[in-house]
Design a protein around this ligand. Structure first.
Ligand code: NAD
Ligand code: TYD
Length: 350
């Protein structure tokens, strides 16, 4: 597949964790590209993270919702590529209440697809990349380290979050098949890095430790995740957008599996904290045991593999970012998040 170059990317969800990093990555590595960032600024979206780019005339922020069809119709027509990241993204919240997940991740994705479809009927053919997740595959057993998620592994999501992302993923496939939309999909493992909302395990544990609090480890801590640095993910998404074959999904992974207990010990080491900081809390309902990715296809077909995800360096530099950006996460940890934390863990977020 020859490399495509784009002039104007519409990014949805660009004020979230991966979106913020993606905006910065594109601004730095694609100097000829303009980017419009459409974000509803839900609890996990933070306009402050990109405030310094406001003067850059290659960058534009639009405050709006992917479920607003008229808005999406207008924005899609201005761009030649759409990178769709906007989502409700936290598994625990989806267990508390699945409604916003279905509304945004399914309904919002459908609205966006309809806008891309409508534009195509008018001769405006934008390529779309759907940023899916490895969680659409469900879980792998702990006693079979030889098993990995492949792109042809059946879609079998376990959590309401994963089911809503899987529905979006399947809708994208259906719109490619039925209407011929130019569509590529990425399915990535757990990301870590700067600007991640501190409800996710790494920034939650790091910022709790900075505040002298304990870290809430679910169940026995044996659950395994594959960790990828967010900038590796951004590079892979851009690679798939520019070089991926239409209608095809690509796995993205860090080849960096850790149990949550191992991860917790790594974080305690980085922070110079002891075991007494671990607080064992009840397990997440339906907690997926293991995620592990076979990312050989993207390497073989598109020549991409991670270069920024190796531990301990990548984890150390992430921890350092949260230490150095105290005011960013302290603001984020206040407000609505305080209420959520109390409901989740039974004590106030300090
Ligand atoms: P995030 O929660 O940090 O950011 C989501 C962003 O979407 C926020 O800025 C929010 O304001 C915006 N948003 C939510 N609903 C919206 C709506 N209706 N209209 C417009 N904007 C809306 O999430 P993240 O961790 O950055 O994840 C981004 C994407 O990547 C998601 O689609 C997620 O499923 C996927 N993903 C995440 C990971 C991970 O480890 N974080 C791994 C694989 C895939
Ligand atoms: P999380 O960061 O929520 O990502 P995901 O559920 O999408 O993988 O959680 C990563 C792992 O950390 C997951 O196995 C659940 C576990 N976890 C804890 O042990 N304690 C916590 O407080 C959180 C938020 C997660």
């Amino acid at each position: 597949m020859p490399e495509r170059s784009f002039q104007h990317i519409l990014l949805t969800g660009g004020c979230g964790f991966i979106g913020t990093n993606f905006v910065r990555f594109v601004m730095e590595h694609r100097p000829g590209v303009r980017l419009t960032n459409l974000d509803a600024l839900t609890y996990s979206g933070n306009g402050e993270s990109l405030r310094d780019l406001e003067e850059d005339d290659r960058y534009r922020f639009v405050h709006g919702d992917i479920r607003d069809r008229a808005l999406m119709d207008g924005l899609v027509r201005e761009c030649d590529a759409v990178v769709h990241m906007a989502a409700e993204s936290h598994v625990d919240r989806s267990i508390q209440d699945a409604s916003p997940f279905i509304s945004t991740n399914v309904g919002g994705t459908q609205t966006l697809l309809d806008a891309v479809r409508q534009a195509k009927t008018e001769g405006h053919d934008a390529r779309m990349c759907y940023v899916s997740t490895d969680e659409v595959y469900g879980q792998l057993p702990l006693d079979r380290p030889d098993l990995l998620f492949r792109e042809d592994t059946p879609i079998a999501p376990s959590s309401p979050y994963a089911a809503s992302k899987a529905a979006g993923d399947l809708l994208c496939g259906a719109y490619h098949h039925t209407f011929g939309l130019d569509l590529v999909t990425t399915r990535c493992s757990n990301n870590f890095g700067a600007y991640q909302f501190p409800e996710k395990v790494i920034p939650l544990f790091v910022t709790n430790l900075i505040e002298g609090e304990q870290v809430p480890l679910y169940g026995d801590g044996r659950n395994v995740r594959d960790w990828l640095h967010v900038l590796d993910h951004c590079e892979a998404v851009l690679t798939v957008l520019e070089r991926g074959t239409s209608g095809v999904a690509y796995n993205i992974g860090g080849n960096n599996e850790r149990s949550n207990l191992e991860l917790t010990h790594e974080i305690l080491r980085c922070m110079g904290a002891g075991e007494e900081k671990i607080r064992n809390v009840p397990d997440r309902l339906g907690h997926d045991l293991r995620y592990a990715i076979d990312a050989s296809k993207i390497k073989r077909e598109l020549g991409w593999s991670p270069t920024r995800s190796a531990w301990p360096e990548a984890l150390d530099s992430t921890v350092a970012w949260y230490r150095d950006n105290d005011s960013w996460w302290r603001r984020v940890k206040s407000g609505e998040y305080r209420e959520y934390y109390q409901k989740m863990y039974g004590e106030p977020a300090s």
